[in-house]
Design a protein around this ligand. Sequence first.
Ligand code: CDP
Ligand code: CDP
Ligand code: CDP
Length: 212
Amino acid sequence: SAAHSVITIDGPAASGKSSIARLVAQRLGRTYVNTGNMYRAVTWAVLQAGVDPQDADAVRAFATGMVLESPVVDGKTQVCISGRTPTDADLNSDPVNRAVSFVARVDEVRNRLVADQRALAATGPLVMEGRDIGSVVFPDSPNKIYIDASEEVRASRRGAQGHADQIAERDRIDKQRKNSPLVIPAGATVIDNSHITLDQAVEQVIAALHLA
Ligand code: CDP
Ligand code: CDP
Ligand code: CDP
């Protein structure tokens, strides 16, 4: 089994997960893994290939042939799909925002990415952030965090980032899907950061950790 236990951070769209996870990883000298970017990269490639993201059979066939790599660059994982590296703008584009929750429902996509996520744990200590990291990918982790914020706050924070993003619709699909829905993992520490700063949220995460 992996030598290091993974700090898992889950939560709904625009709750602050990636900002908090990146800062926690920096503080602790761990590698930061954004698993949403893996699902976004697959979705970007699906759209590039002209595959209908809502056609589960077509997405399944596409996922079977894809090659995904997650090299660590500057303390965080990049995503490289079949030899190409989508930019942050590609990953956060409106078409990807609209399609990603459909692609993420497909079992074959999840199986591939979860296997890659578990394999990353063997490379060193991680902070990994997503939707199912504490519930499915590393259910035995002693350090599980669930980051929440009100829907109004999340919509306004995402709007301030300049992205059109139907976060309520994405959350609905992510919470209702059969395979690995977004849930508060058993044993997770829940941190609502609607009315606190990013730095305060990071302090609360650090205070909740049980590190050897
Ligand atoms: O074979 P090895 O345990 O090294 O690798 P793995 O099975 O891919 O698991 C890597 C990490 O994922 C280990 O820390 C496992 O404890 C964890 N894991 C887990 O928490 N729950 C699972 N269902 C499978 C793996
Ligand atoms: O940053 P934001 O919260 O808006 O989304 P993200 O973390 O980049 O995730 C994008 C989408 O990928 C989510 O809405 C889920 O559909 C999917 N996802 C998932 O299913 N499982 C994960 N571990 C991470 C993301
Ligand atoms: O990764 P996720 O989609 O959950 O959220 P994010 O992209 O980390 O955060 C969305 C935006 O909210 C970013 O611009 C953060 O800087 C901001 N934020 C904030 O202003 N205060 C917080 N307590 C948490 C996040």
